[in-house]
Design a protein. Structure first.
Length: 391
């Protein structure tokens, strides 16, 4: 399918459908975030098993994302997106049935396969229709919808788990994914694919060609560092808050919500900044704020202290992500939007797989505080690699 030059003009019509569907799907995923580590511990998970449970989700995403990206370039975005949303709705019920560490790990693995067909493809869809020169603006809007869902989810999930039980939260996740599936199926049109600008036929684009780009290498390092740290954070922040500080699941949900909603609320103004100012500098600034907040988590001795740090983490991500997204869309136009988005999200999946496993080993052999020093170090390395490769 060839890209139609008139496609950007439909973005105002299509964008609400796509962003609301992604919001609904990510809201469902966010609902289980505040209690899943504690739920796994109740089943007997050690630190390493906790890492494997969270990593299984990301490992399967790494496996499926390049395949989904290539297929979406050839068969269309909508088909892959609807398959992912429907599969996510079905597998949500599996969490209720999981009664052992091994079965919970399997459910997470299958859920990751479904998830790998949602966000990367939705972002590729946006990349196809966004007008040139307004990438930061529209990617900021899209990221805001995504992070609002992820951010509101933990608050809702914490309350549901505390007052109605974990099963109610899992069923709610399934229902939200089903609503997203119906929204995309009935209201999202299929469009032509925006071809890369350097070679007429994007079907000939290869992952080797994309990997040879120094900008892509820099984006790879940046995303890998951030996602590795994020994997460690979402796995062990509930542990340090719930076990070490004795906070309830509702308060843990508030911490995760404030972190992500802060990032969400700033996505739109940060997107406008990314269209006007140096994207590389904005990405590095966001990385510095992020690693400073991570380094301070081991010193937290109260809910208020953790709350401030979660706000700082959200600020760092809000500054960096729109600028990063604009650079990614630009590379997508050079090569192939679906494949470039696949590479970026595959990198994220790798980090989200590596982070929990390494953090689990560190927690078992050292302590939980060391997990956050590790997270700080990987963000520093990723930001340094990005700075060097994109100079």
């Amino acid at each position: 399918m060839c890209y139609n030059a008139k496609v950007p003009h439909i973005i105002k019509k299509v964008f609400p459908v796509l962003s609301l569907s992604v919001f609904s799907a990510t809201l469902g995923v966010g609902i289980i975030a505040p209690f899943l580590p504690l739920y796994a511990e109740d089943l007997g998970a050690t630190g390493i098993w906790l890492g494997l449970i969270f990593a299984g989700f990301s490992i399967s995403r790494v496996i499926i994302i390049p395949v989904a990206g290539r297929l979406s370039d050839r068969r269309g975005r909508k088909l892959i997106l609807t398959i992912g949303l429907f599969a996510s709705a079905v597998i949500s019920v599996g969490y209720v049935w999981a009664d052992s560490i091994s079965s919970l790990t399997l459910v997470r693995f299958i859920h990751g396969l479904a998830s790998g067909m949602i966000l990367p493809i939705a972002q590729a869809y946006i990349g196809d229709i966004v007008p040139e020169g307004e990438e930061g603006k529209w990617m900021g809007y899209f990221n805001a919808a995504f992070f609002t869902g992820i951010g509101c989810g933990p608050l809702i999930g914490g309350i549901l788990a505390e007052h109605l039980g974990t099963d109610a939260a899992f069923y709610t996740m399934g229902g939200l994914n089903l609503l997203a599936f119906l929204g995309v199926t009935f209201f999202l049109p299929e469009i032509g694919i925006r071809q890369k600008t350097t070679v007429p036929d994007s079907s000939h684009a290869s992952y080797r060609e994309i990997a040879a780009s120094r900008v892509m290498q820099g984006l790879f390092g940046f995303r890998l560092g951030f996602s590795t740290a994020r994997g460690a954070l979402v796995t062990f922040l509930p542990i340090i808050a719930g076990i070490h500080l004795g906070l309830s699941t509702s308060l843990i949900g508030i911490l995760l919500t404030v972190n992500v909603l802060g990032m969400s609320l700033l996505q739109i103004p940060a997107g406008f900044l990314a269209d006007k100012y140096n994207k590389r500098a904005l990405s590095i600034l966001g990385g510095v704020i992020h690693l400073v907040a991570l380094a301070l988590i081991p010193f937290a001795d109260s809910f208020g202290y953790l709350l401030v740090l979660c706000i700082l983490l959200g600020l760092g991500g809000a500054i960096a992500l729109p600028a990063f997204s604009v650079m990614t869309v630009s590379e997508g136009r050079r090569f192939s939007m679906g494949m470039v988005m696949a590479v970026v999200h595959m990198t994220q999946g790798m980090g989200m797989a590596i982070g929990p496993i390494l953090a689990g080993v560190i927690a078992d052999f050292l302590n939980v505080n060391a997990v956050f020093y590790f997270a700080t170090a990987v963000v520093l390395v990723g930001a340094a690699a990005f700075s060097w490769l994109t100079r």
